[in-house]
Write a protein that binds this ligand. Structure first.
Ligand code: 4AD
Ligand code: MG
Length: 464
């Protein structure tokens, strides 16, 4: 169907030409002089297009005056220089073709502002709002920029499986994938469900990370990245956790923790600069309505670079502030979100990369440091959010990896293929995972992670 996107129309200046647009009515005002102002949006840009429709139109009464908020319509008209303040152009309609109307009595998105909580209950309609439209465009930019960043650096885009038999993080918070009907489940002699009879002949789950598969390819093709959905059955109801989220995971051969941190910092900086350059009107909107510090913070982070400290140094900085924390920390504790934010917002006022965490609470695959206590891990923390990247140098020594797995209570036989990588042509390698939604939050200022993914999956919530 012929029409031009509003974002392109808004760039034109060939006044007098005919244009056709299609979209949804954001507002309609009728003037006494027998004409109406319609603001039309089509999602291509946050700015609406002003259309003037007058009663000379044959269907003015039957169509134009029935165009309520949310109605879909196609309009052809003359591109005109606008006399009004705040807009450069408008369209003088010569043809109005309505599609579905939206009953003002029942359509929930009227002029009055609707809370983000309420919008989650109508997640199928919320893309019509300014905010969710802008979030969607920023999210799209971040995905595109991700591919550009890695492709420009010779990484191969790798598709790793979503169904897996391995617990990549060794954290045990996985969703089971099964075709067994619980009512008629086959049982072993001791009464347990017999997964040998299941679809894959063994227990299988939705993956928590593509990393282990990515390692197999990095140790053949030098540098790869995955970008896909990951699943975690953690029962955490926070503003930064989802049960289904999207993760970008690069993996590089012949690399140590420093190379890994360099790559992560370059990538995060690239993403911020990309949206600053390509989503200007969206970021201005967020800066005005959602988080008035957003633009200052993004510009600052794009310029300031990252602080890099060890976990042990971080604990040294946090301990004196223990009185102000809900969870005071000592060496050996994992960092909570309040500690991450204290480091980035109070101490350094910029992103911080924390390295060399205790072995005790980190994953089995991380490379053990010579001190015998820590591993070559890193987390990138940003103001307002906390952790957006988690990564490590991987343990490339067969005997040390096997030892770590034994200590963590893992079945080595089950990971035979992963250990094979250390038996044949092992090499130092490293990688990380970046949570896409956390970066969308960071670059939009949106407080709740449920509002930066189209249909959030969280405990007790899988509507839509
Ligand atoms: O730190 P995580 O758990 O690291 C891994 O999964 C590694 N296997 C990655 C790797 O080295 N290839 O997760 C990485 C990132 C976190 O920093 C966070 O941004 C995001 O994934 N993340 C979540 N985002 C939303 N909801 C959740 N439940 C998340 N869990 C992790
Ligand atoms: Mg982590």
């Amino acid at each position: 169907m012929q029409r031009e996107l509003i974002k392109h129309v808004l760039e034109r200046d060939d006044f007098g030409s005919t244009v056709t647009v299609a979209g949804w009515v954001r507002t309609r005002r009728d003037s006494k002089g027998g004409f109406s102002f319609i603001e039309l949006t089509d999602g291509s840009i946050i700015t609406g297009l002003q259309v003037i429709a007058d009663n000379e139109l044959p269907n003015y009464e039957s169509a134009v005056l029935r165009l309520s908020i949310g109605s879909a319509v196609r309009i052809t008209g003359t591109l005109t220089e606008s006399p009004a303040k705040g807009q450069r152009i408008e369209i003088k309609a010569t043809e109005v073709e309505p599609f579905g109307l939206a009953d003002p009595e029942t359509y929930p998105l009227q002029k009055k502002r609707v809370s983000f909580e309420r919008l989650r209950e109508i997640a199928h309609l919320r893309p019509r709002t300014n905010t969710i439209g802008a979030v969607t465009r920023v999210r799209n930019s971040l995905s595109y920029a991700t591919h550009r960043f890695y492709q420009d650096r010779d990484f191969l885009y790798l598709n790793t499986p979503l169904i897996t038999a391995s617990d990549a993080e060794g954290a045990g918070s996985m969703f089971r994938v099964s075709t067994i009907d619980p009512a008629t489940a086959p049982r072993t002699s001791d009464g347990e469900i017999d997964y040998a009879e299941d679809f894959f002949g063994r227990p299988t789950f939705l993956t928590v990370s593509g990393q282990l598969s990515a390692e197999t390819y990095a140790l053949a093709l030098d540098r790869v990245y995955t970008f896909g959905p990951t699943f975690r059955a953690e029962n955490s109801n926070t503003r930064r956790h989802l049960a289904e989220f999207w993760m970008v995971e690069p993996e590089i051969a012949f690399a140590d923790l420093n190379d890994d941190a360099d790559l992560a910092e370059d990538y995060v900086t690239y993403l911020i600069r990309y949206v600053l350059e390509n989503n200007e009107t969206d970021l201005e909107f967020f800066n005005r309505w959602v988080d008035t510090d957003l633009l200052d913070r993004l510009h600052h982070v794009a310029e300031s670079g990252f602080e890099r400290i060890t976990y042990t140094e971080a604990i040294g900085l946090l301990e004196p502030a223990n009185d102000s924390f809900e969870f005071p920390v000592v060496w050996g504790d994992d960092l909570q979100s309040e500690h991450e934010r204290y480091l980035t917002e109070q101490v350094f006022k910029r992103p911080v990369t924390v390295t060399d965490f205790p072995f005790a609470f980190k994953a089995f695959y991380m490379r053990r440091n010579d001190d015998g206590k820590t591993v070559a891990a890193m987390d990138v923390l940003v103001p307002g959010i906390g952790e957006i990247v988690g990564g490590s140098q991987r343990e490339e020594r067969l005997d040390v990896l096997a030892d770590s797995m034994r200590i963590k209570g893992m079945d080595e036989d089950h990971y035979w293929w992963y250990l094979d990588l250390r038996r044949f042509g092992s090499a130092p390698h490293a990688g990380f995972g970046l949570g896409l939604e956390r970066v969308v939050q960071f670059t939009t200022g949106m407080q709740n992670i449920r509002d930066v993914i189209p249909f959030p999956r969280t405990p007790r919530n899988a509507e839509f």
